[in-house]
Design a protein around this ligand. Structure first.
Ligand code: CP
Length: 284
C-alpha cells in the first residue's frame, strides 16, 4: 500500500515526475477518480490542506467525506484513533489524516485498510506541504533545486513544514541553509552539513535565494512574536523568492503581498495541482 507518512516515502524521481506532470496539467478537470472516495480526517484545524485535498479530489472526479473537525464525530465520545481509522477505511479508498500527535499517521497506517496520507502529525512532518513547496522552488528556479541559499525563519522547533522541507532539500546538491530563530525555538531535526544557526536575519538576508518564513506554533507551547519589516524583506535579491506555508499571523506584512518575490499564494494554487497528481498516482 502506498502511504505518504514522511518525505522519506517520496523518491526524488517520483517527485520530479509528479512536478512535471503538475506543471503540464495545472489542475485541469478529468474523470480519472470517478467512483473513488477520499476521507479528510482532521484532528487539528486546517484551511489549506483540507480544502486543497477536497479540490484536488473533485478536479479528478472523485468524492470526499469531510471530517474536518473530529469534535463533531465519535472521537468526542472517546473513540480511539485506531478504531476511527479502521471504521473510516471500510467506507473509502484513502484517508488524509491530520493529528496533533507526532507518529499518529504511522499508527493509522498500521491499522488502516486503505492508504494514509499524513497531512501533518504534531511537530513531526507535513510531507504534502513539502511536495508543493518543492514544486514552487522547482517552478521558480528553472527546474533546478541545487546551489541554493535557503533561509528558514521562525519556529523551527515545532514547524513541521520546515522539518519535511529540509529533508527534501538536503537530497539535492550544494544547498546551503541558514536557520534563523530564537534560542528556544531552534531546529531540532538533523542539521544538514552545510548549515548555520543565526539569531539575526540581517546577517544572511542579502545572500538568500529562498526566504521560508514560518508562524510561531502557539498551540504547541511556543512563545515568540516577530514581524519582518518591508525594509528587511526588500533586502532579499531581486530574483529570490519569499515562501510561507501559511497561515500567517504577523510574520510578513500584507503590504508585501504585491511584491513579485512573494510566492505564498502561488504555493497554495500549486498545492492543488500537485495533490491532484498524487491522489491519481495512489488511487489508480
Ligand atoms: N499549510 C497548511 O498546512 O495550512 P493549513 O493548516 O491551513 O492546512
Amino acid at each position: 500500500m502506498f502511504n505518504v507518512l514522511s518525505v522519506d516515502d517520496l523518491s526524488q524521481d517520483f517527485l520530479i515526475s509528479l512536478w512535471d506532470e503538475a506543471y503540464d496539467r495545472k489542475g485541469k478537470r478529468n474523470k480519472k477518480l470517478n467512483g473513488k472516495i477520499l476521507t479528510n480526517l482532521f484532528y487539528e484545524p486546517s484551511t489549506r490542506t483540507s480544502s486543497s485535498f477536497y479540490s484536488a479530489m473533485k478536479l479528478s472526479g472523485g468524492d470526499v467525506i469531510p471530517i474536518n473537525n473530529v469534535t463533531f464525530s465519535s472521537v468526542s465520545k472517546g473513540e480511539s484513533l485506531e478504531d476511527t481509522v479502521k471504521t473510516i477505511s471500510q467506507m473509502c479508498d484513502l484517508i488524509v489524516l491530520r493529528h496533533n500527535i507526532a507518529g499518529s499517521a504511522k499508527i493509522a497506517s498500521q491499522v488502516s485498510g486503505v492508504p494514509i496520507i499524513n497531512a501533518g502529525d504534531g511537530n513531526s512532518e507535513h510531507p504534502t506541504q513539502t511536495i508543493l513547496d518543492g514544486y514552487t522552488i522547482y517552478h521558480y528556479f528553472n527546474k533546478k533545486i541545487d546551489n541554493l541559499n535557503i533561509t528558514l525563519v521562525g519556529d523551527l522547533k515545532n514547524g513541521r513544514t520546515v522539518k519535511s522541507l529540509v529533508k527534501l532539500l538536503t537530497r539535492f546538491k550544494n544547498n546551503k541553509f541558514n536557520f534563523v530563530s530564537p534560542e528556544n525555538l531552534r531546529f531540532d531535526g538533523q542539521l544538514p552539513p552545510n548549515s548555520s544557526e543565526v539569531s539575526d536575519i540581517n546577517k544572511v538576508i542579502e545572500e538568500t535565494d529562498i526566504l521560508y518564513v514560518t508562524r510561531v506554533q502557539k498551540e504547541r507551547g511556543s512563545k515568540y512574536n516577530y514581524e519582518l519589516s518591508i525594509d528587511q524583506l526588500d533586502k532579499i535579491p531581486k530574483n529570490s523568492i519569499v515562501m510561507h506555508p501559511f497561515p500567517r499571523v504577523t510574520e510578513i506584512p500584507s503590504s508585501f503581498d504585491k511584491d513579485p518575490r512573494a510566492k505564498y499564494f502561488d504555493q497554495i494554487k500549486f498545492g492543488v495541482w500537485c495533490r491532484q497528481i498524487l491522489l491519481e498516482r495512489i488511487l489508480l
